[in-house]
Design a protein around this ligand. Structure first.
Ligand code: SAM
Length: 275
């Protein structure tokens, strides 16, 4: 395939292709290859090791859906921990919630943060908010050694490989559980249920050993493998399939994907995903 097309293989026999306008940036960090491409269909696109992390056109879907189901069902979210998420999109959505007083962003790769600041201002624009503390560190160490506790923990990581593999492990989930306050909620991105059903099932199984309520939920993200993405929600107090999201009229109308109706539908999963 010539340089004017981008290809990401989702399986050895299937993938995503996008026509490229221009390559805007490429660098190697201590952890991964970082690229920014400008595309005709999806605008600018952030790649890590050749995998799509976000595009200008559909990033809102991922970021609204990793944040709002948890923060709108938690009684009063004040302290939020985001592991990964160096692009800043999850931070942007968390700061929409008026009760939030502190957001700790723990991203292992400083260059991802800097790249997003330069090329994705609409995504990274809230990283300098006074309520935000950016820590360049390993998320596993943060929960293993950190004495801080949170109302909501969001794991906005890459696929379970490299430094992120441990963020899908039972020891990580155990440490994170201890960092949650009473009534806290844990959410992590869990890959494509169509191509990686074993990942979401495996994660939910591990979380069921720690929490009373665990459920996967879905969102349609066009540039992610199979276009269907999953997240896993866990809490001792909040049952996501029963809890009604708070009617936060301050910002709900500003959202482009999430709504209380979409929330309900997202937790209805197809038979092939199993429990
Ligand atoms: N939405 C994207 C997705 O689902 O593929 C994820 C976006 S975000 C850019 C993922 C971030 O997780 C990357 O910047 C990566 O450097 C970071 N990351 C990977 N392993 C990590 C770890 N152990 N601790 C903290 N951040 C980590």
């Amino acid at each position: 395939m010539d340089d004017s097309w981008f290809l990401e293989k989702h399986t050895p026999y299937a993938g995503l292709t996008l026509a490229i306008k221009k390559k805007l940036y490429e660098a190697k960090s201590p952890f991964q290859r970082i690229e920014v491409l400008d595309t005709f269909e999806y605008g600018r696109m952030l790649l890590l090791d050749g995998y799509v992390m976000l595009t200008d056109r559909d990033e809102f879907i991922y970021h609204e859906m990793i944040v709002h189901p948890a923060l709108l069902t938690h009684a009063r979210p004040e302290r939020v921990l985001i592991i990964g998420g160096g692009d800043g999109g999850s931070v942007r959505e968390v700061l929409r919630h008026p009760t939030v007083e502190a957001v700790h962003l723990v991203e292992i790769d400083r260059m991802v943060i800097e790249t997003s600041r330069e090329f994705f201002p609409a995504v990274s624009g809230k990283l300098d908010d006074a309520r935000v503390e950016v820590r360049v560190a390993d998320g596993f160490d943060q929960v293993e050694n950190g004495g801080e506790r949170y109302d909501v923990i969001l794991v906005d990581s890459i696929d379970p490989q490299g430094e992120a593999a441990k963020l899908f492990s039972a020891p990580f989930y155990g440490h994170a559980r201890r960092c949650l306050r009473e009534g806290g909620i844990f959410v992590c991105q869990t890959e494509s249920p169509f191509y990686n059903g074993d990942v979401v099932r495996g994660v939910c199984e591990k979380l069921r050993g720690l929490y009373a309520h665990v459920a996967p939920y879905l969102a349609h993200i066009p540039t992610y493998p199979s276009g269907l993405w999953s997240f896993s929600f866990a809490s001792d107090r909040v049952d996501p399939q029963v809890a009604k999201p708070r009617a936060e009229d301050g910002f709900l109308d500003a959202l482009k994907y999430y709504s209380p109706e979409v929330h309900g539908a997202a937790f209805v999963t197809p038979r092939y995903m199993g429990r």
